[in-house]
Write a protein that binds this ligand. Structure first.
Ligand code: GLY
Ligand code: MN
Ligand code: MN
Length: 473
């Protein structure tokens, strides 16, 4: 974990912002996989982790704003636990590691909260996303299960977003560790993308690399030659020449910071002319967007810059026509790019999405569109130094969507549907980088992962390395 002063200053900043009441952060509990004692890998709640750092299941953290006190509620292990898990530090010693002086057994939390409620004090909590947490909050605060989410504190959500969206240098260093692992995962996937391989061979290998170098993958690996399906988690296809493989994958560090990278490569190692043409358009969109990132700019405007680059490119390829600006205004690009340019990234791969995308990616001045495609933007608001976000334009040829738009007579002035028919077997391309907004622009994080056509082809021609950190430094 970080130094205790990091967690203490985060809690102090929260107190300043929240002004009054009690902020309750239930940590996660162990979750059963297929029977109670066989559990999923434990993943701490990101908000608990941000303010209290500890990775133990069954803890809760409390920030008492009114009395300027912090608490950990959790139980010391008993002899049964020691026999199976080995000796563990006492809760009070764990609490001290993150600068918390007050620790009590977990069962004391209910009385602590009851007393505060009787005193008329406000208990702030964040929207829960696990059933166990809903049930626990319901019992602790005497709110029916179905109503727990609606009692989440908007003041606390806004305060947490304000803090977590700005990453400090410790957090950037942690994200760069996750980026390094992503470098190894993606360069390995590139070298394995040869005819005859099954997608699962590669998906399993890169998930293993993540575990070997940092920790679990930061989200289930997306890897497919059917790249037109945005989040494709089925990995049964055999790779064949003439297809491209989309790999969208990242790792999570021991402190739970993520990476999230996408690369698209030609099976066999050489782009054909049609692939290279479309690939270059997506790459141009990715690089134009990155060039435009700086504080004060709306990410929605950068999204539309990427959209214009895509329309210009598709016009040159004969798949679109007409005035670029008018095509984007009309939303014609959404046939090819039906998602937003990117999202915040940090302790969650879609950072803070559990708090509500509208609180994270939008604000009082920028609200969500209701239009197809543009409504899916996860991040639209003005950028600030310290934001870490993804830049992930794509071009997808989704046969069902092409048919639907054509049958509805949509965008006839902007789309060459006859030529598009010949691309229904193409798949899709996405290129995703993770970027830090700096005071005067931005920096692409991590060791550069091959992404130009030349870099990708060169990497694919090189032999694989043994998965040892030293072999990649
Ligand atoms: N990894 C999912 C995404 O790129 O948003
Ligand atoms: Mn991704
Ligand atoms: Mn992403």
């Amino acid at each position: 974990m970080f130094n205790r002063s990091v967690y203490k200053s985060r809690r102090d900043a929260l107190k300043k912002e929240l002004k009054s009441g009690i902020a309750l952060f239930p940590g996660n509990v162990d979750a059963a996989f297929n029977y109670p004692a066989n559990q999923y890998h434990f993943r701490q709640d990101s908000n608990f982790s941000y303010f209290f750092g500890l990775d133990n299941p069954g803890f809760a953290g409390v920030v008492d704003v009114d009395n300027n006190k912090d608490y950990i509620f959790g139980n010391d292990v008993d002899m049964d636990d020691i026999i199976w898990m080995g000796a563990q530090p006492l809760v009070k010693d764990l609490a001290a590691q993150v600068g918390v002086e007050n620790s009590f057994p977990y069962n004391d939390l209910a009385d602590f909260l009851k007393k505060a409620i009787t005193q008329g004090r406000k208990i702030h909590f964040l929207p829960p996303y696990r059933g166990e947490t809903v049930i626990e909050l319901s019992a602790l605060l005497d709110i029916p299960n179905a109503e727990v989410k609606s009692h989440a504190s908007v003041d606390l959500i806004k305060a947490v977003v304000k803090q977590r969206e700005i990453k400090d240098k410790n957090e950037i260093a942690e994200i760069e560790k996750a980026m390094f692992t992503a470098y190894v995962m993606h360069t390995t996937a590139m070298k394995m993308a040869m005819p005859g391989m099954v997608e699962q061979d590669i998906a399993g290998t890169i998930e293993g690399i993540s575990l070997a170098l940092t920790g679990p993958v930061s989200f289930p690996v997306i890897l497919s030659v059917d790249g037109q399906t945005l989040h494709n988690h089925s990995h049964h296809n055999v790779l064949e020449k003439g297809r491209m493989m989309v790999t969208d994958a990242g790792s999570e560090t021991a402190l739970h910071y993520a990476s999230d990278i996408t690369r698209t490569v030609p099976v066999g190692g050489k782009f054909n002319a049609r692939q290279a043409e479309i690939y270059q358009i997506v790459l141009d969109a990715n690089m134009n967007a990155i060039k435009a990132i700086k504080p004060g700019v709306l990410y929605r405007d950068i999204h539309f810059l990427a959209a214009r680059t895509i329309v210009d490119g598709l016009k040159a390829a004969g798949l679109m026509k007409g005035d670029t600006e008018a095509a984007v205004q009309a939303g014609a690009h959404t046939l090819f790019l039906p998602h937003g340019l990117g999202h915040m990234m940090g302790l969650d791969v879609h950072d803070m999405e559990g708090l509500g995308e509208d609180y994270v990616g939008y604000d009082e001045t920028v609200s969500r569109s209701t239009e197809f495609g543009t409504a899916y933007l996860r991040l639209a608001k003005a950028l600030k130094p310290g934001f870490v976000l993804t830049v992930e334009p794509g071009i997808y040829f989704i046969p069902d969507l092409i048919d639907q738009f054509r049958n509805e007579g949509k965008f006839l002035d902007f789309v060459n549907y006859d030529k598009l028919e010949t691309y229904k077997d193409f798949g899709g391309i996405r290129i995703e980088d993770d970027v830090l907004v700096t005071p005067d622009g931005c920096r692409v994080l991590g060791k550069p992962i091959p992404k130009t056509i030349e870099e990708v082809e060169k990497t694919m021609a090189e032999p694989r390395e043994w998965i040892k950190k030293e072999n990649f430094i």
